[in-house]
Write a protein that binds this ligand. Structure first.
Ligand SMILES: [Zn+2]
Length: 249
């Protein structure tokens, strides 16, 4: 898949480099205690050495789990339905605890995409369209206007995709197992059928149809799957891409 506006190395490569840099020393940390071994005499120093060695050996797995399973996780929730019960059910089904969510993204500010943001008061970042806010800190002015993506982590980035509103964003998730690149596009796409029938997305409201056409093509050219604002997820085919390209202004 082509990717737009980025020269980053592929996610699997970054993942491998990071894992090597962090995991290699962690897996080898038990050998630190072999750098110096006290003489085989039964004194306080050798007893302390034995305790230290056992602690380091015994907690190695714990530190690996802590770093990779608990401290390294970035959880994102994108676009919130309006109905509180539905939202809680959906989160529960996915095994997401609202207090563990770090990034809270609404693709744009329309009421049907921002409900229940209050569930995620512990999130580090709240993003609504081009507006980025750190609840316990301060407002952060990210240059979406300059086409600058907001990088969440090695696999997730947020791209400016105005059109439906002038400050829409799309969340791009790379290297999703069995899928490839997935775009959470909000109302940039209403549903799969609007690729064939543009009256569906234009009729739903577009503040800048020319920009929206451009960004629909941009996202379809980089994504394998698209989650539209008001329809089920769909696989992007070459026919979709040809169609969207032919609609460019
Ligand atoms: Zn909308």
């Amino acid at each position: 898949m082509s990717s737009v506006g980025t020269s980053r190395p592929p996610p699997f490569l970054r993942k491998a480099v990071r894992a090597t840099l962090i995991l290699a020393p962690l897996f080898g940390m038990n050998f630190l205690t072999t750098l110096y071994r006290p003489p085989e005499v039964c004194d306080d120093w050798s007893r302390a050495y034995d305790i230290l060695k056992n602690v380091v050996d015994g907690t190695q797995g714990f530190f690996v789990a802590l770093l990779f399973c608990y401290l390294n996780g970035e959880n994102e929730v994108v676009d919130f339905c309006w109905n509180l019960c539905m939202e809680n059910l959906a989160l529960e089904k996915e095994g997401v605890n609202p207090s563990r969510v770090t990034h809270c993204v609404a693709t744009h500010g329309h009421y049907d995409h921002v409900g229940n943001m209050n569930l995620f008061q512990d999130a580090k970042w709240h993003i609504v369209g081009f507006t980025v806010f750190q609840p316990r800190d301060k407002c952060y002015l990210h240059p979406f206007e300059c086409n600058e993506p907001f990088i969440v982590d090695d696999w997730v980035r947020i791209l400016p995709t105005p059109g439906h509103t002038l400050s829409d964003v799309t969340v791009i998730v790379d290297a999703v197992e069995g899928m490839g690149t997935v775009a959470v596009a909000g109302d940039l796409f209403e549903k799969e059928e609007d690729v064939e029938d543009p009256s569906l997305w234009i009729g739903a409201g577009s503040e800048n149809p020319a920009k929206q056409k451009e960004n629909r093509w941009k996202i379809a050219s980089m994504a394998d799957w698209i989650i539209p604002g008001h329809g089920p997820i769909f696989k992007v085919t070459e026919k979709h891409r040809d169609n969207l390209k032919s609609q460019l202004p």
